[in-house]
Design a protein around this ligand. Structure first.
Ligand code: ADP
Length: 240
């Protein structure tokens, strides 16, 4: 059984100009432990697809199965609970600016009802994992972009997710910082067997860390498979 199984998924939006088909009959299977890249140009449907993976966006048709459950079949409370298995990080970090690093990481644990002492213990372990133990009392404004993303990764891992969704997580970072964040993600994948989905418009990100990739174009999956195979095909397509 796949960790994430997307079947016949379509998503359309209606705006003032009429219907926009963001995703058209997507079929993807992501296995446990994969680092799976979803690459495409702006407007290809990447963010919509990743938001369907945790039902922040409800598909117009089709199914999304995550960690053994079809998300469309869950009641609101069950969906909220199941979402704890899915961590997410973003390009803009989405940290609470008025809270310290450690409190940012504790926040999702408090929401789950975990007591302060236990939450802090977990937060310190996570800060160790992301290499930021010395910054626990700092505020987000005192951190570099790479450090902020490390805090966001620690926060996403707080609830012990099985899956980490990364939406353009390195797009605001310089190449060296990008490389160090990708190393950290790879480490987390290997040590904790967390399935990682990486949404990106950058080939170099996919090449560096992903095992498999789907190329999205105009809401369709144009190519899908092992990274090495897909890159060979892309190179031969452009006649290089
Ligand atoms: P990407 O992440 O690859 O840039 P998106 O998933 O954001 O692509 O968008 C895919 C398409 O869906 C685009 O044409 C975009 O304009 C459209 N779209 C996304 N969200 C909405 C929305 N809430 N309302 C209307 N159209 C939307």
């Amino acid at each position: 059984m796949s960790e994430i199984s997307i079947k016949n998924l379509s998503k359309s939006f209606v705006d003032k100009n009429g219907e926009v088909i963001a995703l058209d009959n997507i079929n993807i299977d992501i296995e446990k432990g994969d680092i799976y890249g979803i690459i495409g140009m702006s407007g290809a449907g990447k963010s919509t697809l990743v938001r369907c993976m945790n039902y922040l966006e409800k598909p117009t048709s089709g199914t999304v199965e995550v960690a053994g459950k079809e998300l469309g079949s869950l009641k609101k409370k069950e969906l909220q609970k199941h979402r704890e298995k899915i961590g997410m990080i973003f390009q803009g970090y989405n940290l609470l600016m008025q809270k310290s690093v450690v409190e940012n990481i504790c926040f999702p644990l408090y929401i789950q009802g975990i007591k302060k002492k236990e939450a802090r213990k977990r937060a310190y372990e996570l800060l160790e994992i992301v290499g930021l133990s010395d910054k626990r009392k700092a505020y987000p404004s005192q951190l570099s972009g790479g450090q902020k993303q490390r805090v966001a990764i620690a926060r996403a891992l707080a609830a012990n997710p099985e899956i980490l969704l990364c939406d353009e997580a390195t797009s605001a970072l310089d190449p060296q910082t990008t490389a160090s964040i990708l190393e950290l993600l790879k480490d987390i994948n290997e040590k904790y067997n967390i399935t990682i989905v990486i949404i990106t418009h950058e080939m170099s990100v996919v090449k560096k860390i992903c095992t498999k990739v789907a190329v999205l174009e105009g809401g369709h999956v144009k190519k899908e498979g092992e990274v090495a195979t897909i890159f060979k095909e892309v190179i031969s397509d452009v006649g290089a």
